[in-house]
Design a protein around this ligand. Structure first.
Ligand code: NAD
Ligand code: UDP
Length: 343
């Protein structure tokens, strides 16, 4: 809960539209759901460094206290263990909504809970955004394009999603979340922003969550073979986390609702990714082919013209520059930190 000092200290309920431009970036009260996770914790670092007051709301399904514990003791930081499907009343100016199982392994673990949590987004929007007039940013995903028939994908593409497959709880769930977000905007005047995030990597990614970058990096460090699913010719476009955080903040502060693709257009096959991991960590790492998962999209690459034009944003960190930046964090957690997975 906010103290009265907090309540008084940070301006009106929706100051981004009311305070002078020069003050816009100072002293906002911001909720980051999923803020103990990979992307969320990097976002929290930037917001705290900017001088904002941040409340992280997380149920620690995949997040870790270790990702944010460097802020413990900072009066501008609070951490609440809470599941976002339950109502939550807070007085804030902005909500970055990231809470969600994000890797295929995690969102398939309890698919019914996954899809229901998207529908229950209404609790978050009505309890936080609508009630106090806060701006709500939804982190959607490139998965809304499914197995795309357009390449690269523009925001105007409606996608090619299997509604009854094993990935549908996530893909259709995020599509539903976009729908709800826009319906609250149109119907109740809630200020919203929508980001469609493409595959992102960096330090603090969950080790062993099954995503390809974390798998390959951890495998190379452990001297295990890199597991390439299928023929390895499927493509993804990999974005370094600091680029994503910059894009999310520009989107939140800007005047455009979106949706905006936030991703790095550099496109790699999984075999090419494996080569970059070999070059970066262990040239002797072997490759082992495994059967691919069901409904795996064949290719994915963002068209980011809209974000370039309207947000003045584009990624700065190439895969070859970004990959080495996560290696020491992974090494330390694999070999040095026996608290991995504990909360
Ligand atoms: P992550 O798993 O590291 O972080 C998600 C966080 O949400 C975790 O801290 C987890 O404990 C928390 N969480 C999950 N369900 C919750 C619930 N019901 N209530 C409260 N907290 C809950 O994942 P990430 O990669 O940081 O992803 C963050 C967001 O970005 C997600 O919404 C994801 O869908 C989206 N996204 C990520 C990527 C990517 O490549 N990383 C790509 C597209 C979209
Ligand atoms: N993949 C792989 N080896 C792994 C994990 C994943 O080849 O150890 C492939 C997977 O089949 C998919 C791509 O990598 O084609 C990206 O998978 P990830 O789970 O990282 O992201 P998403 O499918 O959600 O884009």
């Amino acid at each position: 809960k906010f103290s009265s000092a907090h309540r008084l200290g940070f301006g009106s309920a929706n100051p981004t539209s009311k305070i002078p431009l020069g003050l816009k970036r100072k002293g906002l009260r911001i909720v980051v759901t999923g803020g103990a996770g990979f992307v969320g914790s990097h976002l929290v670092d930037r917001l705290i460094a900017r001088g904002d007051s941040v409340i992280v709301v997380d149920n620690f399904f995949t997040g870790r206290k270790q990702n944010v514990m460097h802020h413990f003791g900072n009066p501008n930081f609070e951490l609440i263990r809470h599941d976002v499907v339950e109502p939550l009343l807070l007085e804030v100016d902005q909500i970055y909504h990231l809470a969600c199982p994000a890797s295929p392994v995690h969102y398939k673990f309890n698919p019914v809970k996954t899809i229901i949590s998207f529908i229950l987004l209404q609790n978050l929007i009505t309890g936080l955004a609508k009630r106090v007039g806060a701006r709500f940013l939804l982190t959607s995903t490139s998965e809304v394009y499914g197995d795309p028939l357009q390449h690269p994908q523009k925001e105007t593409y409606w996608g090619n999603v299997n509604p009854i497959g094993v990935r549908s709880c996530y893909d259709e769930g995020k599509r539903t979340a976009e729908t709800l977000t826009m319906d609250y905007h149109r119907g109740a005047g809630v200020e919203v922003r929508i980001a469609r995030i493409f595959n992102t990597y960096g330090p603090r990614m969950c080790i062993d969550d099954g995503r390809v970058v974390s798998n390959f990096v951890a495998q190379a460090i452990r001297k295990e073979p890199l597991t390439v699913y299928g023929d390895g010719k499927q493509t993804r476009s990999f974005q370094y986390v600091s680029d994503l955080v910059e894009g999310l903040m520009r989107l939140m502060e800007g005047e455009h609702i979106g949706p905006f693709n936030l991703g790095n257009p550099g496109e790699f096959t999984m075999l090419e990714l494996a080569e970059v991991v070999q070059e970066t960590i262990d040239p002797n790492a072997k490759i082992e082919f495994r059967p691919n998962t069901e409904d795996d999209p064949h290719k994915r690459k963002p068209d980011i013209s809209r974000a370039k034009e309207l947000l003045g944003w584009e990624p700065k960190v190439s895969l070859r520059k970004g990959l080495p930046l996560m290696v020491s964090d992974f090494r330390q957690r694999i070999f040095g930190d026996h608290k991995e997975g504990s909360n």
